[in-house]
Design a protein around this ligand. Structure first.
Ligand SMILES: [Mg+2]
Length: 259
């Protein structure tokens, strides 16, 4: 059977690897999909690493992914801000990611935009209160993503979504979400591939951002049972994946690739 899908979109974290451990069969699966002539793009909300560091990390694990095949939420935020003239930004980003944003004017007290990504355990009441004050003074909030949690080698960890939700609640403002499940984020990848949504398959471990986002964009989606996947959480969700695989290793067979 020849695949009905002309391209595959992969989430990275939780699908290809968890922390620094490759998901069993992931390298071979991506290789087989590519060898079958199906182009791949990698859509990630990861905001702990710059694009350069992220690509180096992935390829050091044994994958062979080009920089232009990676669509990262911090890069999309960079593009969004650069299209807004010369904005003053407050950057709440990991140091490695911040480097990519060094071209923007910055202020902690009078920003036009507050950009929030993963800052680890730097969160505190005083930081939340400072951002709240910025928002009440008219700053706009840009979130790299609004994920609830992610999987680490130690188990699930609280992600930035709850901080974003708290800031929205207190200030009565809404946030621009850059990464998945944003429609624009998926659209950029589709435009790059020059395919329509129904010709594409998304593979992810996050029922909300990956599967929900893909569905909103008209894209079929596979949920893998690796990474942050939790049966009870998925059972409670209003989102139903089109297919559920034990892992990405099942993908080539599903696509009719048997070599
Ligand atoms: Mg993931």
């Amino acid at each position: 059977m020849k695949s009905v899908f002309k391209a595959v979109l992969f989430d990275l974290d939780g699908v290809l690897y968890v922390d620094n451990t490759v998901v069993e069969g992931a390298i071979e699966a991506v290789k087989k999909v590519r060898a079958a002539g199906i182009p791949c793009r990698f859509l990630t909300n990861t905001s702990t690493l710059s694009l350069k560091s992220l690509q180096e990390k992935i390829n050091a694990m044994g994958f062979n992914i080009k920089r232009e095949e990676i669509f990262s939420a911090p890069q999309a935020a960079l593009l969004y801000l650069s299209q807004r003239g010369d904005p003053v930004c407050r950057l709440l980003l990991a140091d490695d990611v911040k480097k990519d944003f060094s071209g923007f004017r910055q202020s902690d007290t009078k920003p036009d935009y507050i950009v929030i990504g993963d800052i680890g355990d730097a969160w505190s009441y005083s930081l939340m209160n400072e951002i709240f004050t910025n928002l009440m003074d008219g700053a706009k909030l840009i979130a790299i993503h609004k994920n609830r949690f992610w999987q680490t080698e130690q188990g699930l960890k609280l992600d930035i979504g709850s901080f974003i939700a708290g800031l929205e609640y207190a200030s009565g403002t809404s946030t621009m979400i850059i990464g998945k499940p944003s429609n624009d984020f998926f659209k950029t990848a589709l435009e790059d591939l020059e395919v329509s949504p129904i010709e594409v398959l998304m593979v992810g471990d996050d029922i909300d951002s990956d599967i929900g986002g893909a569905h909103d964009a008209g894209i079929h989606a596979v949920l893998v049972k690796t990474g942050k996947y939790r049966q009870e959480y998925v059972d409670k969700s209003a989102i139903t994946p089109d297919w559920v695989f034990d892992s990405i290793a099942d993908l080539p067979g599903f696509l009719g690739i048997h070599s």
